[in-house]
Design a protein around this ligand. Structure first.
Ligand SMILES: *Cc1c(COP(=O)(O)O)cnc(C)c1O
Length: 433
């Protein structure tokens, strides 16, 4: 009935998440409020893990792309679920370290890692630093040599795949700020340079072709291109790379009409493609890494807001203003990303109205969505926006000095605060006179 399995409606006609009444949660913790269901996160981790066991004899690692939703509690869940962890900054690395996340299962991404970040990664012993460019390769080698260490690395490759998704979230094509190009020989050149370096050990290759992708074909195509390149590397340098990281990007259901592919099917087809491509080139099948972010955190979260002013502009539209907005969910403002919303305290009623949900920031573009079907909404109602678990809290800002909402995590129906609501004191914390 809803976009996520953890959602339902109770006998009061209220929306539930993880079995808990959302109206009650809003009363207890206040709004705006992020709510996450830990059981839903764990179910996603488990199905990814199982799909690798089933179709690739367990010779792979599911790595949670923490940028989708990074806080201590979620890193701990990923750790307990035996996942790896992607980090893209020293802040994400620090969060991982703060829960004791095993360094060997960490992947450090990013197209412009700073000296401080590379040093921190070397010191913690990050198992895979995903090197993006030659400048970084040389810098990392120098830093590792000077610390007497050997950094284990992957190369980020642009496989040249168009994943049929939004331009801003498409990263596999040649015109991308991420990675080494294959066509120009840049990637092969980098392999040869790395082979002569004392501070780095090249484990394998990585690609990430985009986000919110619904088709399997682009992933299969990317896997073929990558295996072919790894076989070329072997032919040209004798180096037999053992790890292939195929990135993330698996689409989730934001709207009822979305129809994402089951993780199982993705792994089945990509495993077949990898095995076939390896057989064709007599190349040993590599250890595989996949890096889901959105599909692990997204469906597990919702955001709850209280309705304030409602502005009906005859023959134009109806603005329903909420107590949050682009500060806690900038995705409509950034990409026109669509969400399903409903009135949490009228969840069993039909959606008879069409509204635009507006945030409270001083920006006309501060919207959660336009022309959204919604129940008959009144001042004081609680609005739930669904599937906000990924790229909402992690992209939140303090624009207009609005404190960030807290995150409540549910486990087997038990609620706990995993990120506190910001206070006004937090807002001026770093100000100096
Ligand atoms: C963002 C990102 C991911 C996760 O993408 P999702 O669309 O959230 O699954 C994985 N790998 C890399 C390198 C990324 O940048």
């Amino acid at each position: 009935m809803f976009v996520s399995d953890c959602l339902g409606v109770n006998s009061l006609g209220h929306l539930t998440i993880g079995g808990r009444d959302t109206v009650e949660l809003a009363q207890t913790y206040g709004t705006p409020l992020y709510v996450m269901d830990e059981n839903e996160i764990r179910r996603a981790c488990e199905s990814y893990r199982e799909s690798i066991n089933k179709y690739y004899s367990g010779r792979g690692l599911v790595t949670y792309a923490s940028k989708a939703f990074c806080c201590k509690a979620v890193c701990k869940v990923a750790m307990e679920e035996q996942l790896g962890l992607d980090v893209v900054s020293i802040g994400e690395l620090y969060t991982a370290q703060s829960v004791g996340f095993p360094a060997e299962r960490i992947f450090f991404h990013g197209n412009n890692k700073t000296v401080q970040e590379l040093q921190a990664a070397i010191e913690y012993g990050v198992g895979q630093i995903v090197v993006d460019n030659l400048t970084e390769l040389e810098l990392l080698n120098q830093l590792a040599v000077s610390q007497g260490k050997m950094a284990k690395i992957l190369f980020r490759i642009k496989p040249g795949i168009d994943a049929h998704t939004h331009d801003f979230v498409r990263t596999g094509q040649i015109d991308s700020k991420f990675g080494f190009a294959l066509e120009t020989g840049e990637a092969m050149q980098a392999v040869k340079e790395a082979a002569g370096m004392k501070g780095v050990h090249l484990l394998g290759m990585h690609c990430h072709i985009g986000s919110q992708i619904f088709d399997i074909e682009p992933f299969e195509h990317a896997a073929e291109v990558m295996i072919s390149f790894m076989a070329d590397v072997k032919a040209e340098t004798g180096l037999e790379l053992e790890m292939l990281d195929l990135g993330g990007g698996f689409g989730i259901k934001y709207l009822p009409e979305h129809d994402p592919v089951a993780y199982d099917q993705y792994m089945q087809r990509v495993s077949e493609t990898v095995k076939k491509a390896c057989a064709a080139r007599s190349f040993k099948t590599p250890f595989i890494v996949i890096e889901p972010g959105r599909s692990i955190a997204g469906p597990a979260g919702i955001t709850l807001y209280t309705v304030g002013a409602i502005k009906e502009i005859p023959n134009v539209r109806t603005y329903v203003s909420i107590d949050g907005g682009m500060g806690d969910n900038p995705r409509y403002a950034l990409y026109k990303s669509e969400y399903e919303a409903l009135v949490a305290n009228k969840a069993s009623q039909p959606k008879t109205h069409t509204v635009t949900i507006a945030g409270k920031c001083c920006e006309s573009g501060d919207l959660i969505g336009e022309n959204m079907p919604l129940q008959d909404v009144r001042v004081g109602d609680i609005i739930a926006v669904l599937a906000t678990g990924a790229y909402n809290y992690s992209m939140a800002s303090n624009y207009n000095r609005i404190p960030k909402p807290p995150v409540v995590m549910l486990k087997d129906g038990e609620a706990r605060v995993v990120v506190k609501r910001e206070t006004l004191e937090d807002i001026v914390r770093n100000d100096m006179l």
